[in-house]
Every structure is written in C-alpha cells, then in structure tokens.
Design a protein around this ligand. Sequence first.
Ligand SMILES: Nc1ncnc2c1ncn2[C@@H]1O[C@H](COP(=O)(O)OP(=O)(O)OP(=O)(O)O)[C@@H](O)[C@H]1O
Length: 344
Amino acid sequence: MEVRDRATTDVTTIGRTDGDGPRLPLGRYLARDGSHGGDVALDCARPHAMCLVGKRGSGKSNTLALLAEGLCAVDGTVPVVVDPMGGFAGLDALGVTVCEPRVSAGAIPAREWPRLVGLDPREPAGALVWTAASERPTLAEMREYVDSEGTRPTRRVAANHLARAASWEVFAPEGIRRPTEPTVLNLAGVSDRAANAVVRAVATGLYERRLSGEGPLPWLLVDEAHVFLDGVAAPALDTLLTRGRAPGVSLVLATQRPDALPETAVSQADLLATHRLTGRADTAAVAGARGDYVDGPVEPRIPAGVGDLLVFDDATERAHSVRVSERATSHGGTAPTLGTDGYE
Ligand SMILES: Nc1ncnc2c1ncn2[C@@H]1O[C@H](COP(=O)(O)OP(=O)(O)OP(=O)(O)O)[C@@H](O)[C@H]1O
C-alpha cells in the first residue's frame, strides 16, 4: 500500500508511514513503461540514514543537491554537504555558505593522528605523534613538541609527517566543527587524508552538538562517500549511522562503489537508494539487502536512465521507482567561469 499525505493526496512521501510534517521534493513516480506518475517526496520530519549508490554519472550528485536544496527550505533543518569534487558550489545561490573548511587539530582524537599522517602508532615516530597530539591542542604546537622530544631519527620522521599535514592547509586553531547554517564543505583538490580529517571533525561536532540538544537538525550529505569509509572519518560516520538519529542527525552517504559501504551502513540505513548500476555484484548486493521489498526479482527494477532512482524504504517496507527532478542550482558557484556557467 502506498503512503499518501492526507493534506496533499497526490504527493507520496517516502520514509514515513504517517502523512504529517515537512518533506523534501524528490521527483515523480516512474512507471515500468517509463511514464511519470504523481509527485514523490522524502520525509524530513524525522532523522534518516540513507545510502545512495549508482554508477558514475547516474545522478547521485544531482540527487544530493536536490535534497540539500529542499533542506534549505525547511525550518529547523540544516544541510552540510561534503563536496570532494567541488560540484555543490552553486548552492550559494540559496544563501548556503560554501567554504574551504579548516578544522582544529584537537578535533581529531590523539590516537588517530599517527594513522592520519601515515604512521604506524606502534613505531616510535607514530607513537611520538600520538603523544604530541595528546599533549598539544594545535598542529603548530604539536610540531614544536615533536621537535623537542624523542631521539633524532624518530623526531625527523614525525616532524616530516606533521609538516606534510600542515601543508594540507585544513588545520587552524579556530576551525569549524558544528555548522548551524547550511554549509558546503568544498574539498576539491584536498587530499583524501586531509578531507577525512575535516569530515571526522565535522561529523563528530554535529553529533556532539545534537547530544547537547543545541541548534537545528543537521543532515550530513556526503558525496564520494567511499573516500571516507576507510579513512579517519569512518568511525564518526559509523557513529552517525548507528546512533545519529536518536539525537537528530541525518546522514546520506553517496557512492559509486556499493562494495565500499560497510555492512553496518546498509543494515543501519533506513533508506537504501540506487541509481543505475551495471556490475552484477553491485546489483546482487542491493538485491540481497532489501530484495524482499519488491514483488519478484529486483534486477529488472534497477534503474537504467540518468536520474532514475529505486528507493528501498524501511518505514513502508516498499521499493519506490522515482524519476528524480533536476536540481535548481547550478553545478558550480555563482561566479561565472569562461566557457562554463553563464557563458554557454
Ligand atoms: N534527475 C536528473 N535530471 C536531469 N539531469 C540529471 C539528473 N540527474 C543527473 N543529471 C545530469 O546527469 C549528469 C551526471 O549527473 P551527476 O553528476 O549527478 O552524476 P553522479 O552519479 O554524481 O556522477 P559522479 O559519480 O561522476 O559524481 C549531470 O550533467 C547532471 O546534470
């Protein structure tokens, strides 16, 4: 049975079983013959955890941007977009802050510092970096500490790795941690390790902010999520997946590599959405996760066209085929660049 809103009977809201509360416009129902049905929206009255998968170019970023646009229009919710490719700068047209984020070194737990800078915590140089992070709150002070401690070869290795971390230019004593305004974290050109540091700090900050009951309900929308699922950001994303909804933090993980999603991600998410997939293993993984929401085999329901989406919804225990709307904001920022925005 489809869940229809009482107030607007021609909009179906995925992610809830009752008809009340705000929702995010998503698109229109897609029939098997390709024709379009009624409007479809996504619930945002409650927090959600969503995995969004699909081949390169299948429409994941468009869908994320559309959700962010919708969230900007809902009082009390705040999108925070992790943008490794610089594709969300156009959200600035809606007043979203697009920043090259800086985070404080102290926002990364000391035990994670060796791994973050590529050292083994069991080796002397890694252990020295760990101690430096325990003893000093800023990267500059950690570097001073390393310069004054340890034996000479250990010191040199630790200092070199911290110098590299400084060259990422993502650490600053007063970094952002807990955005309360719609924000795009523009990580284009930032190394994976550095981007992981930013996401670890921000994901933890948003969770802690909500644990203390402060501020609006954040939605962390992570594009290219595979980059963060085996790095220093992973434990914080896992916390949001498993415990984030209770204090009101939503998470959307978008990736072209469904195999990179840990089992907890797929099992903990209440929404699993797929754009086009081609690999048999990827299709089988999706089918295995929520196949019982579909009458008959899942494979024929996997979308073929760009922007087409199949959403498995735990709330209704149904799969919904949707033609996702095109985002209203542009791919890049509002400042036109020769040959791209505004000059076609
Ligand atoms: N629902 C849609 N309606 C219209 N155009 C769309 C839709 N979804 C995607 N597109 C267009 O298709 C192209 C690829 O989309 P998008 O960048 O969102 O794919 P992607 O899956 O995020 O790709 P990648 O993995 O490379 O980041 C873009 O030009 C985008 O504007």
